[in-house]
Design a protein around this ligand. Structure first.
Ligand SMILES: Cc1cc2nc3c(=O)[nH]c(=O)nc-3n(C[C@H](O)[C@H](O)[C@H](O)COP(=O)(O)O)c2cc1C
Length: 192
């Protein structure tokens, strides 16, 4: 059985980002669960804010094409998002929007035919749950992808990780492991 390819990224490229910590830990757990993990930062894929005129004049930005091809080559994707004003941060939504404009891959829209896992972090008490509701809706309905039922929301995330990047509390640590195992298991079916 082949190891599935799984891409991991966060919706924040800030130094010390809490969502980046969740992405880093998910990448580690996915590798433990036998995935071939690629972890990226959206900082390495800078894109202008989507604008239809820009697309008409200059086409899809090179970084959006690069990201689309990278996503298309995976069997699974894990996204960790922060919450901005009860929803997705613009960095993440803009990347999703630009990539969705690239339909040049073998399956058309690059998001299709892969399995997604999602998680959120917040320095507040709700753990970015409202951003996760929106990300879930985008992934399921707009992107048309397969989403595993487990999701993880890390509240007070500034205190949730220890110095080595592990989750301090046992319940979310167990949940993340279970989520990652499920993501690997389902992604593997696409790899075989
Ligand atoms: C523009 C903006 C809006 C925010 N809105 C929310 C919010 O609605 N809910 C929330 O829990 N935190 C909110 N926050 C706080 C972020 O959750 C917090 O800054 C978090 O650390 C950012 O994610 P990161 O650490 O992954 O960069 C907001 C922060 C910014 C900058």
């Amino acid at each position: 059985m082949k190891s599935p390819k799984i891409l991991v990224f966060a919706g924040s490229s800030r130094t010390g980002a809490l969502s980046g910590k969740l992405a880093a830990l998910a990448a580690k757990e996915l590798a433990v669960a036998d995935a071939e993990v690629t972890r990226i930062s959206l900082a390495d894929y800078p894109m202008p804010i989507y604008n239809g005129d820009l697309e008409k004049e200059k086409g899809i930005p090179e970084n959006a094409v690069r990201l689309a091809h990278l996503i298309a080559a995976q069997q699974g994707v894990f996204i960790a998002t922060p919450e901005y004003n009860n929803s997705l941060p613009p960095l993440l939504k803009n990347a999703i929007d630009w990539v969705s404009r690239n339909k040049s891959g073998p399956n058309g829209i690059p998001y299709r035919n892969k399995v997604y896992g999602i998680g959120s972090t917040s320095d507040g008490l709700i753990g970015g749950a409202r951003a996760l509701i929106d990300l879930r809706r985008v992934v399921l309905t707009a992107v048309g992808a397969i989403l595993i039922p487990e999701k993880i929301e890390i509240s007070r995330a500034q205190e949730a990780f220890d110095e080595s990047g592990e989750l301090v509390a046992e319940p979310p640590a167990k949940l993340l492991k279970a989520l990652c195992r499920h993501l690997v298991d389902l992604s593997r079916r696409l790899a075989d």
